[in-house]
Design a protein around this ligand. Structure first.
Ligand code: HEM
Length: 126
């Protein structure tokens, strides 16, 4: 299995991740039913985001936590959501790639998920 090395590789795991996640009743439900996400808009943003994190890309502009604050006002996002998100993300990576970049993607995803889950937990406890 190859490691993640290009934007095309990023497209492979991002498309596979969101493709599989749509049928998940915990996290997929938030994308499909709660937020009615426009995939033609969301997916290119996610390619840019992961290209920035893994390959020093500079297309991503934004504040990645912000939409999650808005989602959290409609449906509280808990550690259970983030754990499921990470479980699916990590399994998708392992199904397609292996190597240091792939491990880096998992570590970065884990750190972001934990940070956001913790921040949202503080907000939701107020
Ligand atoms: C509880 C799990 C999560 C749920 C339910 C969730 C859901 C969403 C939704 C509904 C959007 C808005 C899509 C749109 O309408 O454009 C979004 C955007 C985004 N998500 Fe998540 N997300 C989760 C976890 C994560 C994690 C852990 C990361 C990063 C590792 C992440 C990264 C992003 C980014 C970069 C955006 C685009 C932000 C922007 O607009 O610039 N998400 N997410």
């Amino acid at each position: 299995m190859n490691d993640i090395a290009s934007r095309d590789d990023i497209k492979v795991f991002v498309d596979a991740f969101y493709g599989g996640m749509k049928s998940d009743d915990l996290v997929g439900h938030v994308f499909i039913d709660v937020m009615q996400v426009d995939w033609t808009h969301h997916l290119p943003k996610m390619y840019d985001f992961w290209e920035m994190l893994l390959l020093d890309g500079s297309n991503y502009k934004g504040a990645p936590m912000r939409p999650h604050l808005e989602i959290n006002q409609k449906v509280p996002l808990t550690m259970a959501h983030f754990d499921r998100w990470f479980e699916m993300f990590s399994a998708t990576l392992d199904a397609h790639f292996a190597g240091p970049k792939t491990e880096e993607a998992k570590t970065k995803a884990w750190n972001i998920a934990q940070t956001w889950a913790y921040k949202l937990q503080l907000i939701n406890e107020q």
